[in-house]
Ligand binder design. Structure first.
Ligand code: AMP
Length: 281
């Protein structure tokens, strides 16, 4: 496995791989890899002939007071994991290559970026869309994989690819969970044992909403309430939001007809956790 640190060498590698007619797949990550990331990589090995995993903790998607500095980083471990999965290139670019001095161009996916996570984290998706476009330009993949764990991100990036006529297929892959049902996240390492136990209320809250629907509930506010009640019963969690939206527009669901995204964000101590489920009645 090659570790590539410069954008110009990544572009040259991709040019040569493409010239051989091989299909390039990209899995963008912020590192501190866990089984969720590895599931994306394994699936990508089936979809592409040449797999690139990028590791870059993108400063522009963190707001002031968020955890950019404290975000877990362990490139040697990430490299070992990628090598063990026969990844072709670990692309770990230098910040100065991705944000050259004076860079002033940003991608804004209007509307979608101001809902849910975007409402709680202003500017977050401007950072996400911009860095993903830069990574796509550096790697030139035929296909790129993202996790359903970050459902809004996946929806927004698919829209960006469509709106900007990008020549890449965006695939969205299922959430990987721990034995307690908690969605795997690089931030989970920062949870204390009590916080981790409390976090198990998050998947339980999603299941409670699904159970309400199974027993006939059709009022969006009541479905939200079923999830919120489970979260609020857990004193170590502080609810940021529980929202039920249309999966295409991310606008609040007026009914349960059509595909719905139930999305939650909570704080366990200082750690912010998100999770979601897609509901089709
Ligand atoms: P991150 O490193 O957190 O930016 O995540 C990189 C990619 O992995 C994103 O597309 C995430 O949605 C995806 N991902 C993160 N956690 C999980 C998980 N538990 N299951 C599946 N995909 C995940």
């Amino acid at each position: 496995m090659d570790i590539v640190r410069r954008v110009h060498s990544m572009k040259e590698t991709s040019r040569q791989v493409r010239a051989k007619g091989r299909r390039i797949g990209l899995v963008p990550t912020m590192g501190a890899l866990h089984e969720g990331h590895l599931s994306l990589i394994r699936r990508m090995k089936e979809m592409a002939d040449f797999v690139v995993v990028s590791v870059f903790v993108n400063p522009s998607q963190f707001g002031p007071g968020e955890d950019f500095e404290a975000y877990p980083r362990d490139l040697p471990r990430d490299a070992d994991l990628c090598a063990s999965l026969a990844v072709d290139v670990l692309f770990a670019p230098e910040e100065g290559d991705l944000y050259a001095e004076g860079a002033c161009t940003w991608v804004e996916v209007e509307g979608l970026s101001s809902r849910l996570e975007g409402a709680s984290r202003p500017g977050h998706f401007r950072g996400v869309a911009t860095i993903v476009l830069k990574l796509l330009n550096a790697v030139q993949p035929h296909v790129a994989a993202f996790g359903q764990k970050d459902a809004q991100q996946a929806i927004l990036l698919q829209r960006m690819a469509r709106d900007l006529l990008l020549d890449v297929e965006i695939v969205v892959l299922p959430i990987v969970r721990g034995e307690d049902g908690v969605a795997l996240s690089s931030r989970n390492v920062r949870l204390s044992a009590e916080e981790r136990r409390a976090a198990a209320a998050i998947p339980r809250a999603l299941r409670a909403a699904e159970a309400a629907i199974e027993t006939g509930e059709r009022e969006p506010a009541k479905v939200i309430e079923a999830a919120r009640a489970v979260l609020e019963a857990e004193s170590l969690l502080r609810v940021d939001y529980v929202d039920l939206v249309d999966t295409e527009t991310l606008q609040p669901a007026a009914s349960m007809e059509g595909e719905r995204l139930l999305s939650v964000a909570v704080f366990a101590g200082r750690t912010r956790l998100i999770d979601n489920t897609v509901i089709t009645v």
